[in-house]
Design a protein around this ligand. Structure first.
Ligand code: NAD
Ligand code: IPM
Ligand code: MN
Length: 356
């Protein structure tokens, strides 16, 4: 098949991990006989510097015209002054909103070979396989913001249709898995959460009676997630809770650098990015873990291009590289990893199946 992919490397370690994801996608395409046209575009802080806009019109237009968007990470101290007029993060939020990618899938799998890479006990982690479905284009991220000399506010707003569509996306996913959905909210305090809970209950009762639904308050969920992570299958939650809980959940897998994500809307086009940020503390040293970006490439193959076999091959290659002992420095509990970003990417590449 032929497909066009808009590549937005961004800032910090973004370009470093995206180089490896690109190389893996190119290799998969070559081995399975597909033609992927990858075009890099300015985005984030780099685009503020070059175009005074974190999401230049040409970048957005290219994303709209593409079959999928592969994104690294944005942000960094250079653009983070409290009074900064332009922020890389606002470009990312605008991109998600403009493309209508409201469902952010963040799968968390514990690779058997990495049982010793987590700070948690291996017996707690064995068999963990869960997916967060994070609402991505609503909530406090997008409500009205206000600031004066002595106060500030961020409005958290949710509409029934926004909740219905994210719950349906999560429930459809649960149907393909263990048919168990956990909805996470703060209904004991927040009005938006009470609406969330009511809508979720109705949608599940009317449309997905075959999927078990459990409601959980977000503070307790943060605890249960590391106490008994195996009990979870699909977790659906609003934008900010999902942001926070998934960084926490990355510690089940062993590192923030391992987790991929897929942001989907109504059509097939999606945005694919590792869940981590630009990691200014290690940027430019060639030591970042590229696995989250590479696995995001696998999700791109599966969800936007419909190439399940190819996605699986890439995921297997990551698995095989980790099983062989390939480790970047972040995978350090036990024995510290010694591979740099390039070498880790190469370890994955070399384990892709050969044609035939
Ligand atoms: P971060 O995710 O960039 O880093 C947190 C910690 O995890 C750091 O110690 C970092 O070195 C480590 N880390 C992250 N990814 C790693 C990888 N692939 N390999 C090894 N270690 C890795 O979060 P932060 O430092 O709080 O934020 C830095 C900047 O990134 C901020 O400007 C923030 O807004 C931005 N950010 C962007 C995205 C995105 O583009 N989607 C996501 C999160 C944060
Ligand atoms: C993420 C990031 C973003 C978010 C920031 C950079 C806007 O933390 O993708 O998880 O909060 O959504
Ligand atoms: Mn985040």
């Amino acid at each position: 098949m032929r497909a066009r992919i808009a590549v937005l490397p961004g800032d910090g370690i973004g370009p470093e991990v995206i180089a490896e994801a690109r190389a893996c996608l190119a290799a998969v395409a070559q081995r399975f006989g597909h033609e992927l046209e990858l075009t890099e575009l300015p985005f984030g802080g780099a685009a503020i510097d070059a175009h005074r806009d974190p999401l230049p019109p040409a970048t957005l237009a290219a994303c709209r015209a593409a079959d999928a968007v592969l994104l690294g990470a944005i942000g960094g101290p250079k653009w983070s002054a409290p009074d900064a007029a332009l922020r890389p993060e606002s470009g990312l939020l605008r991109l998600r909103k403009e493309l209508g990618v409201y469902a952010n899938l963040r799968p968390v799998r514990v690779h058997a070979a990495l049982a010793d890479a987590s700070t948690l006990k291996p017996e707690v982690l064995a068999g963990v396989d869960l997916v967060f479905v994070r609402e991505l284009t609503g909530g406090i991220y997008f409500g009205e913001k206000r600031r004066d000399a002595t106060s500030a506010s961020d409005l958290c707003e949710y509409h029934v249709e926004e909740i219905e569509r994210i719950v349906r996306a999560a429930a459809r996913l649960a149907r393909e898995r263990r048919r168990a959905l956990t909805s996470i909210d703060k209904a004991n305090v927040l009005e938006t959460s009470r609406l969330w809970r009511a809508v979720t209950t109705r949608v599940m009762r009317e449309e997905f009676p075959d999927v078990a639904l459990e409601h959980m308050l977000v503070d307790a969920a943060a605890m249960h997630l590391i106490h008994r992570p195996r009990d979870f299958d699909v977790l659906v939650t609003e934008n900010m809770f999902g942001d926070i809980l998934t960084d926490e959940a990355s510690m089940l897998a062993g590192s923030l650098g391992l987790l991929p994500s897929a942001s989907l809307g109504e059509g097939r086009r999606g945005v694919y990015e590792p869940i981590h940020g630009s990691a200014p503390d290690i940027a430019g040293r060639g030591v970042a873990n590229p696995c989250g970006a590479i696995l995001s490439g696998a999700l791109l193959l599966r969800h936007s291009l419909g190439l399940a076999r190819e996605a699986h091959a890439l995921e297997r290659a990551v698995e095989a590289a980790l099983a062989s002992g390939a480790r970047t420095a972040d995978l350090c509990a036990g024995r510290p990893g010694s591979l740099g970003t390039r070498a880790m990417g190469e370890a994955v590449l070399s384990r892709l199946p050969t044609p035939g």
